[in-house]
Design a protein around this ligand. Structure first.
Ligand code: HEM
Length: 124
């Protein structure tokens, strides 16, 4: 389809399932889990809003929370490159589980890899 955004290509239902699957993996991850709240409901809700706009869909995150300023919002947490790799591994295996393949997966992982490394704020 012409003018299809990455958000359209992924689909809202798959995005939602992907984020829920991702945070299950985060909550089981020995190095990531301690950084996050025990209840990830609100975190997942915000991430769905963020990824919707990150992929060219409606600006759900900014409408509710203002400018993402992601690096600033991550400053309260000590994030090393090891955490970034762990985050990306959880996302990669969530994509396997939810069956996200092909160009959309390559596109997302490339952009998420840059974003994750941009969040690093502590030496390993
Ligand atoms: C929030 C960790 C990468 C998007 C958070 C929170 C933590 C965290 C601990 C707070 C959770 C809460 O209190 O609800 C990490 C770590 C990363 C990482 C360790 C590894 C590099 C990313 C990436 C993105 C992202 C790559 C974007 C694709 C968000 C968003 C929020 C968030 C949208 C919610 C911000 C808000 O409170 O409004 N992250 N994050 N994070 N993260 Fe990350």
């Amino acid at each position: 389809m012409e003018n299809q955004t990455p958000y359209d290509a992924l689909g809202a239902d798959v995005l939602s399932l992907l984020v829920d699957t991702f945070y299950k993996k985060v909550s089981d991850h020995p190095e990531l889990a301690p950084l996050f709240p025990d209840d990830l409901t609100e975190t997942a809700r915000k991430q769905k809003q963020f990824l919707t706009q990150f992929l060219g869909g409606p600006s759900l995150y900014s409408e509710e929370h203002g400018h993402p300023m992601l690096r600033a919002r991550h400053m309260p947490f000590a994030i090393t490159s090891k955490h970034a790799e762990a985050w990306l591994n959880c996302m990669d295996s969530a994509m396997d589980e939810v069956n996200v393949h092909g160009l959309i997966r390559e596109y997302m992982m490339e952009r998420l890899t840059m974003t994750a490394h941009h969040m690093v704020n502590q030496p390993s």
